[in-house]
Design a protein around this ligand. Sequence first.
Ligand SMILES: [Zn+2]
Ligand SMILES: [Zn+2]
Ligand SMILES: [Zn+2]
Ligand SMILES: [Zn+2]
Length: 207
Amino acid sequence: MPGFPSERFVNLSEWERNELLCSICQDVVNSPLVAQCCLQTFCRDCIHEWLNVRNTCPYDRSILNTTQLAKPPRILLNILAKLEIRCDFASNGCQEVLKLEELSQHSLKCYFGSGFCEKCFCLISESDESHKSVHNCVQSLLQLNRKSNQEIESLKQTLLSNTGVTDDQIGDYMLLDVNQYKSLMNEMKALKEENAITLERLERQEY
Ligand SMILES: [Zn+2]
Ligand SMILES: [Zn+2]
Ligand SMILES: [Zn+2]
Ligand SMILES: [Zn+2]
């Protein structure tokens, strides 16, 4: 992975930005390594990719190979670890700000990365992500509600066209295919229950 864009950090000082910059990707270093020639710091992936096709230092053009890369001093690693950064899935709506050392752990369990919102439990849709628009719980729940209503309506139509009766008349008719009727009614019941839960969740939102 290349570096972290500096705008993802909260309260990044000018000094930190300059000292922790990878001169290849121009972002804050990720898994840093130091070149022996000039003591410049680069992301592990950036400098390895560079030295795959060249044998000079990107900073001062000295001859450089991967054996001349060293771990950075502990103080630099400590400063990096404590920087505060926004979640990888901030554009999906995650508001978390974490220490850099906690970021990978958080990303693994972040609801916004798993595709589900942690507040409304709706799937954050592909379109939310690609348009980088912030996920909106109320909109998602309303959409879910609309979809269930449409499904209920189409099930009613199926029932009506298959049997010629509406769902409230249906009890009187004995000539129906009972199994078909039961499965349609169960499906409708499940959808209505799902709808009730959706509405309940909608009401709990504090907007
Ligand atoms: Zn880099
Ligand atoms: Zn160098
Ligand atoms: Zn997150
Ligand atoms: Zn939500």
